[in-house]
Ligand binder design. Sequence first.
Ligand SMILES: [Zn+2]
Length: 467
Amino acid sequence: MTRDVATLAARLSQLVQVATVTPPDGEALTPETEEVFSRFRALLLQLYPRLFSTAEVTPVGRAGLLLRLAGTGAGAGATALGPVLLMAHQDVVPAPSEGWEASGWTHPPFAGAVEDGEAGLTVYGRGTLDDKGALLVLLEAVEDLLVEGWRPHHDLYLELGGDEESDGPSAVAAIAELQRRGVEPVLVVDEGGAVTTGIIPGLTRQVAVVGVAEKGVVNLELIVSADPRKPAHSSTPPRRSPTAALGRAMAALERHPHPALLDDIAVRMFAELAPFLPGPLRLLLARADRLRPLLARAFPYVGAELAAMVRTTTAATMLRGSSAPNVLAATATAVVNMRVATSSTVADAVRHVEKVVRRAVGSSLTVEVRVLEGHEPTPVSPFDDRWDAVTTAVSAAYPDALTVPYTMLGASDARHAARIAQAVYRFSPLFMSAAQRASVHGVDERVTADSLARGVRFHRALLTGTI
Ligand SMILES: [Zn+2]
């Protein structure tokens, strides 16, 4: 009873029209936000009556929902691996509700416009890819299966985050709740990679990239201060000022990046893509394993994404110094945002920055390196029968696509799930062209109805094949 593509598009349009803009970090929901999220919940109940009447529903965090479909237990099927957790989030990043044309949108971001264009029937609007499209295809698949009389052998959990875009406290609460119940999912799938084309020049095949790990994140504050006993005036500046020293420190961080290393995930990805690449690139990447040092050195010169793939990155973000044109800063500060490679640790990353910064600042000024926050890279998910189940489901939905692993460069809700599960795969079963990938958190976010239908197929295959 799978719905036709026009119906899927119309239903996603309805989800987009409820503007569940992510609530600000750490604050209680305002009555307005509360109202929007409860309207969204009511819409989910209306669209997926069988799911919400069958599942045990637990509110988690500020706006999250944790659903449990009890497994039948007895006589678990030959394919059943164990309890499964599937995640998607209800909230979206902001988009202009007025002046949207000036910012480049073709349709109002929260109108859920459906248009029959070049790529086929397409739904426009904030959240169509991130993550309401993925939420829709997940819920559609489960609803359909339930209506057909299907029941999971093991417990199936669905976590519908309410604030992923503001650091995911509802996902944290959901994972804590599962931990409290002693639930250890054998398999977790959340957003991350997608089905796409053109990730490597000359590669014409569709590729499903599935995140098997996430880099860690560290925010460091660099504080460079002058000797407080020697106040200086901008009309008689000292030879060394905190502001210039901070500048030198940041330049030094660019000159001395973290060591580059091609990890096993990247090697596996290139080895699997190599046969489908044109001539020289095929020969080179097929030997990725043996050419690790060479590729790791070369990638940073090819592009920012490849550079980020092979090392811990550092980006200077918030700078602060003097407050007036004629005032010398006694203290200059910068925040350095680092994404920690899976082969490294937060401590390594901090040590490297400290060494480089201290040398650049010199001894006439004091420098303090303060860790504002940090979390380690996640472990790498296994390439066992769980990985096979994901690739099989991809093939069911996208028969022409190659499935390859990759390391997520950003952070997602899935990293919290890594606390209770070994096998966490980050993948939205939606096709995203390069332009569509750029529309995530950007302008003209859109998804095709065909890709929604395939997304439903992915989840059906995944569920019937694993649980
Ligand atoms: Zn998202």
